[in-house]
Design a binder for this molecule. Structure first.
Ligand SMILES: *Cc1c(COP(=O)(O)O)cnc(C)c1O
Length: 423
């Protein structure tokens, strides 16, 4: 069993909080973490996040700050920017957005006026809240029009996207999403965006690590702006980046600061720089391809066990399971699996007849377990646990869940997680 990490000052100052952190370390060590937007960052990224860089204010950009004392901060941010540009092949990078949602908000601020039309994939079809969905500020302050996937294929219908774009003439088009198990065809979106003269944004929050590692095509040659979080497959700290062609650099920078944000989180910028250095190494390419290989092997094993997968499988790190045929609601399954030591999230499936807070599906992914070293060889076992867990949820067999939990912890004890202690 892993021991809790040593945080002596934290334990002395705030034992209550330290105990919660220790419990979380144990939880992350002992469970199969399958939420596809999560990962394990390296010890180096954790250390960068915990540095005195958090003490420094630095509104502005390197060489153009509103505060003094930037002797070390400027080179830190410049390192992150240059590494982002090199890794993704972009003309320009802004590493200051606090997270993915503010990054997307900055894109709207740069390219659209309130009330203008913006277009994205609808949330229940796999898009993100910030792609113009109604409850989000982006859907309230702009006129959001939304495309989806085809009922028969579970994939984007580019005829529908083109027709909608021609009819609605959006200023900004977002492609990418949070529950998209298939390759995003950036070139097809670019053709449509060009035709209607819209700014095309690729939101690669989920797949940035796959793009960086060469396991998903890059949007950079095709789109105006790339938006990404840094904490999902890219395996960095919680944060975000915007990348673009030179022509949009000024507009985007101005939108992030002073348009939307104040001082950048320099400890996060430092950790982003570290993560980008890690992502440029050959072993990260291996990681990215292994994430996809694991997801494909997992999808195949699930199909063999009679699971219904949205779009019939996966091209990336993510598998969306429609549990309708198993007669278990997504939320019931997700909560049971949590008790079985398998952490997933319940999720809508396209054309879901159920409500968003109790939908028909669960969303799973392989980034975290691949970071621990699990391979295709383990995926039949993972699929078997998922089936036993869902079946136990159906029958209300609590003891079966406890058995799975013990088996999961037993396997994982042989695969230590980055950034977490081992026994
Ligand atoms: C995760 C995600 C975001 C938002 O990121 P936060 O950091 O949670 O704000 C934006 N877009 C997509 C497609 C995402 O998956």
């Amino acid at each position: 069993m892993p021991l809790p990490l040593d945080h002596p000052a934290l334990a002395a100052t705030d034992p209550e909080l330290a105990a919660l952190v220790a419990a979380e370390e144990r939880l992350q060590a002992d469970t199969l973490r399958m939420i596809p937007s999560e990962n394990y960052v390296s010890q180096a990224v954790l250390e960068a996040t915990g540095t005195v860089l958090t003490n420094k204010y630095s509104e502005g950009y390197p060489g153009r700050r509103y505060y003094e004392g930037q002797q070390n901060i400027d080179p830190v941010e410049t390192l992150a920017v240059e590494r982002a540009k090199a890794l993704f092949g972009a003309d320009h990078a802004n590493v200051q957005p606090y997270s993915g949602s503010p990054a997307n908000l900055a894109v709207y601020l740069a390219f659209a006026e309130p009330g203008e039309t913006v277009m994205g994939m609808s949330l229940p079809m796999g898009g993100h809240l910030t792609h113009g969905w109604g409850v989000s500020a982006t859907g309230r302050w702009f006129r959001g029009v939304q495309y989806g996937v085809r009922r028969d294929t579970g994939r984007i219908d580019f005829d529908e996207v083109r027709e909608l774009a021609r009819k609605e003439r959006p200023k900004v088009i977002f492609c990418g999403g949070t529950a998209v198990p298939r390759t995003i065809d950036f070139a097809a979106f670019a053709e449509i965006a060009r035709e209607v003269d819209a700014v095309l944004v690729a939101d690669i929050a989920h797949i940035a690590g796959l793009v960086a590692g060469g396991a998903h095509p890059s949007p950079v040659p095709h789109v105006d702006v790339v938006s990404t979080t840094t904490h999902k497959t890219l395996r960095g700290p919680r944060g975000a980046m915007l990348m673009c062609r030179e022509e949009h650099a000024k507009a985007l920078d101005k939108a992030v600061f002073p348009g939307l944000q104040g001082g950048p989180h320099n400890h996060t910028t430092a950790a982003i720089a570290v993560a980008l250095r890690e992502a440029a190494r050959p072993d990260f390419r291996t990681y990215a391809h292994q994430v996809v290989a694991n997801a494909k092997a997992l999808a195949a094993a699930l199909l063999e066990r009679g699971f219904d997968l949205v779009s019939g499988g996966t091209d990336n790190h993510l598998v969306l399971i429609d549990l309708t045929g198993k007669d278990v609601p997504g939320k019931t399954a997700a909560k049971a699996l949590d008790r079985a030591g398998i952490v997933v999230n319940y999720n809508t499936v396209p054309f879901d007849p159920r409500k968003p807070f109790d939908p028909s599906g669960i969303r799973i992914g392989t980034p975290s377990l691949t970071s621990r070293g699990l391979t295709e060889a383990h995926m039949p076992q993972v699929a078997a646990w998922l089936e036993r867990g869902v079946s136990a949820a159906h029958k209300g067999e609590e003891a079966a869940l406890a058995t799975i939990r013990a088996e999961v912890a037993d396997l994982l004890s042989g695969y230590p997680a980055p950034g977490l202690p081992t026994a």
